[in-house]
Design a binder for this molecule. Structure first.
Ligand code: ATP
Length: 303
């Protein structure tokens, strides 16, 4: 019954509660079933480095570490290496590993270190292949999870594990903006709109593929109002990816990455799910601080 900070200080005792014990059993099985789906579909699990020589996406959000007589960074995501695996001919891979983000944000869904369930695969025709695989994987895992833990979760958390039906509802970002305006009279400021306007297009990563009209070939998956995944088809054509990097002013830092595409790379795409957010939303836990084994945030590095 004490406040959350005290509970986190004494997490080793806090974890003894029935709810917390069940939460980690459920999380473990959720990951087990997602893995199982991928293994059944000929994916292999890989392990990419978390110590990297250059900041991968935007320099501002990376943790810098001393690396002998120079600097290294903690990986914000395995993005570049997942794609390297595609260029290497591995075709279907996944990784479950930590990501580090030096974001000073104190929300209920952000941590500075979190576990990401990352998937990447080759020979896709569009980002829709990526969406479909993710939807199937989640539906498979939730079905199994409900069989194993449905009753226990109902008893302990008072809620149902809901297995979504396929296909998942899809909405274009332009339609979301339109509906917000029509139904709620809310106009999204131009500067906040991603994808649609040129000045906001900068906000998206340079490695996403765009179609002939310049539209990004990607998606976010929203669960109970919270983003749990972003996924996309990636740009695999060497000339195009070089152009994109250049237009964002990216130089030396991404040179090694651009090289991956120089000798040919199949069309590919993938996605990343935040495991801690997934657990939080599944069990209706108020904050990621409680769904992580040990929360890491701007003001918390201990225990
Ligand atoms: P947000 O907009 O919510 O900050 P993002 O767009 O930065 O997320 P991505 O970089 O696309 O997120 O990462 C993929 C997934 O990883 C997210 O959908 C989310 O589930 C998870 N994730 C991202 N950042 C964090 C974080 N700081 N803490 C916990 N999970 C995160």
């Amino acid at each position: 019954g004490v406040n959350l900070d005290t509970r986190l200080d004494y997490r080793f005792i806090d974890l003894r509660s029935e709810k917390n014990q069940l939460m980690f059993m459920v999380q473990s099985s959720f990951i087990k079933y997602m893995r199982e789906y991928l293994y059944n579909n000929n994916f292999i699990e890989i392990h990419t480095p978390k110590l990297i020589g250059a900041a991968s996406e935007s320099g501002a959000e990376v943790f810098e570490v001393k690396y002998f007589d120079r600097k290294a960074y903690l990986a914000q995501s395995p993005q570049f290496y997942k794609q390297m695996a595609m260029a290497s001919g591995l075709e279907k891979i996944f990784e479950v590993a930590p990501c580090f983000r030096a974001e000073n944000s104190n929300t209920s869904r952000h941590a500075t270190e979190f576990t990401s369930f990352d998937v990447e695969f080759s020979y896709i025709n569009s980002y829709e292949d990526v969406m479909n695989l993710e939807a199937e994987m989640l539906t498979y895992a939730l079905t199994k999870l409900k069989e194993e833990f449905g009753e226990k979760v109902k008893e302990t958390f008072g809620l149902d594990i809901v297995v979504p039906t396929l296909p998942f509802p899809v909405m274009k970002l332009s339609d979301v903006y339109k509906e917000l305006e029509e139904r709620y009279n809310y106009k999204v400021p131009e500067s906040e709109k991603t994808d649609l306007t040129t000045e906001a297009a900068d906000k998206r990563a340079f490695y996403h593929m765009r179609n002939e009209e310049g539209k990004l070939q990607g998606y976010d998956l929203i669960w109970r109002g919270v983003e749990i995944t972003s996924g996309a088809q990636r740009e695999h054509r060497y000339e195009k990816i070089c152009e994109n990097a250049k237009s964002k002013g990216l130089g030396e830092d991404v040179k090694f990455y651009l090289e991956f595409f120089k000798y040919g790379c199949p069309p590919h795409g993938g996605f990343a799910i935040g495991v801690d957010r997934l657990t939080m939303l599944l069990l209706d836990i108020p904050t990621i601080k409680e769904s992580q084994f040990l929360f890491r945030g701007p003001n918390r590095l201990n225990p």
